[in-house]
Design a binder for this molecule. Structure first.
Ligand SMILES: Nc1ncnc2c1ncn2[C@@H]1O[C@H](COP(=O)(O)OP(=O)(O)O)[C@@H](O)[C@H]1O
Ligand SMILES: Nc1ccn([C@H]2C[C@H](O)[C@@H](COP(=O)(O)OP(=O)(O)O)O2)c(=O)n1
Length: 231
């Protein structure tokens, strides 16, 4: 098992679904000119690959093989905006973002062999000049020596409202109640699993973003980075 490369500065950002991790990490990586790890995408890709290959979500051995041999490329798109994600030659940038894939990802993420198979792949993202890492166990397991650990949170109701706003243009029938129930179920699964559960690292800076704008959250994290000499 490779260990965290301690030469490379890492900002680890963890928290539940809809707390703003993805948004803040993208902005942070851009502002600092650092690399970005979207670790949730790796769990989503493993879940999608399993579906494509007809692997059941309780077939631990086959899922471990899927995770170990995940054939994925993260490509900067021509517009320079979003990263394109290619799985086994097929573009899946949007396909991995739907709620069902998120749910499947949360199920397979409870399996130790899957998490172990993805560990080194995640640590390999730590390259100069630095890494912003988005996930559930970035500060606790994957990058325990990170220079800055942030735990983002918000009430389940606020997180459901954020997801609803995102979804409603694509799925006019989306229900806020259903989204809230899904968020609570995913929180429970991610927080209560035996291996690498979602929880703040003891040394994490905790931010409740329920009443904060995206820019306020970004500035708060940049202030912490500044205090630690990271920018
Ligand atoms: N502080 C905030 N206030 C309002 N909306 C936010 C805030 N942070 C994120 N959002 C919005 O909420 C949605 C979910 O955010 P996202 O970054 O995908 O969360 P996560 O990666 O933690 O699941 C996005 O549409 C994003 O623009
Ligand atoms: N480091 C990580 C990242 C994600 N996971 C699991 C648990 C999550 O419910 C799923 C999907 O994660 P993702 O960050 O893409 O989900 P959200 O955008 O927060 O809804 O993967 C994990 O167990 N550990």
């Amino acid at each position: 098992m490779s260990i965290q490369n301690k030469q490379i500065a890492v900002i680890a950002v963890d928290g539940p679904s809809g707390s703003g991790k993805g948004t803040i990490c993208q902005l942070l990586a851009k502002e600092l000119g650092w690399h970005l790890l979207d670790s949730g995408a790796l769990y989503r890709l493993t879940a999608l690959a399993a579906r494509h290959h007809g692997v059941e979500l309780d077939d631990v051995e086959a899922l471990e093989v899927m995770a170990e041999h995940l054939d994925v490329q993260f490509k900067a798109s021509d517009s320079g905006k979003a990263v394109q994600i290619i799985l086994e030659g097929e573009e899946v940038t949007h396909a991995i973002r739907n709620e069902r894939v998120g749910e499947d990802a949360s199920v397979i993420a409870a399996l130790g062999p899957v998490r172990r198979a993805l560990l080194n792949r995640q640590r390999d993202f730590a390259q100069a000049p630095g890494l912003v890492a988005d996930g559930r166990d970035m500060g606790t397991v994957v990058f325990p020596s990170a220079e800055l650990k942030v735990y983002l949170d918000a009430s389940a109701e606020e997180r459901a409202r954020r997801r609803y706003k995102q979804l409603i243009s694509k799925e006019p029938g989306a229900s806020l109640d259903d989204i809230l129930n899904d968020i609570k179920a995913r929180d429970a699964r991610d927080m209560n699993r035996a291996i690498a559960p979602l929880k703040p690292a003891p040394d994490a800076v905790r931010l409740d973003t329920t009443q904060m704008t995206i820019d306020e959250v970004l500035q708060a994290v940049l202030d912490e980075a500044r205090h630690r000499g990271l920018r």
